[in-house]
Design a protein around this ligand. Structure first.
Ligand code: SAM
Ligand code: DTB
Ligand code: SF4
Length: 339
């Protein structure tokens, strides 16, 4: 039997709202159906994350432990040495990671740092993993250098809806973020872009955030959906917790609107029940960060995740199953053979 998935970038707000608000069982069924048409439903891609430059960031993101404007108690560090980064990358490879993501608390990378960044990218590639960087906004020169160094993915999140954005960040605009995403795409680097839910936004903001990503000229290859990790000393420290069902609905909407994207159940798993995580996988999440720290906060340890995978019959997604899966064709018809 053969099934087809239509890839659309012209979703309307009405369509997105209607899907988001479907009865939960219908929504999950639809998301799982789309998921199965495009991916092995029992495979989840594993990425590892390392903060290569922590804290002291000049931006004012209200959720972030690393903003110099938030009093989170985190001390700022310099850019990590290349050898140290590659030592950590080797450990990640040994534990089964297929993608290595490196994050820096910068507004944008400086010229003087680019040589070290390039060596990190090359080193990770030589280990046989995909490389991902998240360094803030990019100009034409730095995006070109990243491409030449062989970078596979660039992560830059839109974070929330355009409407709610100004409540969260004032030092860079929503349009700045879209601009960086289009530079990355134009340079031929794969785009990783998503956002955070549970920041006190309304349901329409969660829907709009996904809609913005799904109506970009082409869908991001990876879409990280983060549940806010409330950090003491930030303006978001005491935000009311989001109903996990709303989180699962957000994942399902991302899966349905962007059928070929790797939807990552990203930050927030440490405080999430196994059952909520299982629902996220059922709703089409097929990527996670493995390892006991994210950038500055805790993540479930490897053993815990291995146990959860075992209970759910989930296998790590092999590299060949996710590399270059995304045909960059607007309105493409994708034929997938199903058993
Ligand atoms: N400084 C770079 C930038 O912001 O573009 C890269 C690193 S930044 C920490 C990467 C992303 O992590 C943010 O855009 C945000 O979506 C997510 N993030 C940061 N702090 C978080 C938190 N406390 N809870 C959930 N997600 C968070
Ligand atoms: C993304 O969307 N989530 C990751 C990654 N991209 C860089 C970061 C999560 C950070 C969580 C808070 C922290 O550890 O500081
Ligand atoms: Fe800086 Fe990124 Fe944190 Fe914003 S999210 S304060 S840009 S490290």
């Amino acid at each position: 039997m053969s099934t087809t998935t239509q890839i659309r970038t012209d979703w309307t707000k009405e369509e997105a709202e209607k899907i988001f608000n479907m009865p939960f069982n219908d929504l999950l069924f639809k998301a799982q159906t789309v998921h199965r048409e495009n991916f092995n439903p029992n495979q989840v891609q594993q990425s590892r994350l390392l903060s290569i430059k922590t804290g002291g960031c000049p931006e004012d993101c209200a959720y972030c432990s690393q903003s110099a404007r938030n009093d989170s108690g985190l001390s700022a560090s310099k850019l990590m040495e290349v050898e140290k980064v590659l030592k950590e990358a080797r450990k990640a490879k040994e534990s089964g990671a297929t993608r290595y993501c490196m994050g820096a608390a910068w507004r944008s990378p400086k010229d003087r740092d680019m040589a070290a960044i390039e060596m990190m990218i090359k080193g990770v590639k030589d280990l046989g993993m995909e490389s991902c960087m998240t360094l803030g906004m990019l100009d034409d020169n730095s995006v070109k250098r990243l491409k030449v160094a062989g970078l596979d993915y660039y992560n830059h999140n839109i974070d929330t809806s355009e409407r709610y954005y100004e409540k969260i960040i004032t030092t860079r605009t929503f349009a700045d973020r879209i601009d960086t995403l289009s530079r990355v795409k134009d340079a031929g680097i794969k785009v990783c872009s998503g956002g955070i839910v549970g920041m006190g936004e309304e349901q329409m903001d969660r829907i709009d955030m996904i809609l913005t990503l799904a109506t970009l000229p082409s869908h991001p290859d990876s879409v990280p959906i983060n549940m806010l990790i409330p950090i003491e000393g930030t303006p978001m420290a005491d935000v009311e917790k989001l109903d996990p069902i709303e989180f699962v609905r957000t994942i399902a909407l991302a899966r349905i609107l962007m059928p070929l994207a790797h939807v990552r159940l990203s930050a927030g798993r440490e405080d999430m029940s196994d059952e909520t995580q299982a629902l996220c996988f059922f709703a089409g999440a097929n990527s996670i960060f493995m390892g006991d720290t994210l950038l500055t906060t805790d993540n479930p340890d490897e053993e815990e995740d291995n146990q959860l995978f075992k209970r759910l019959g989930i296998e790590p997604m092999p590299l060949e199953a996710h590399a270059d899966v995304h045909p960059d064709v607007k309105n493409a018809q994708v034929e997938t053979a199903t058993a």
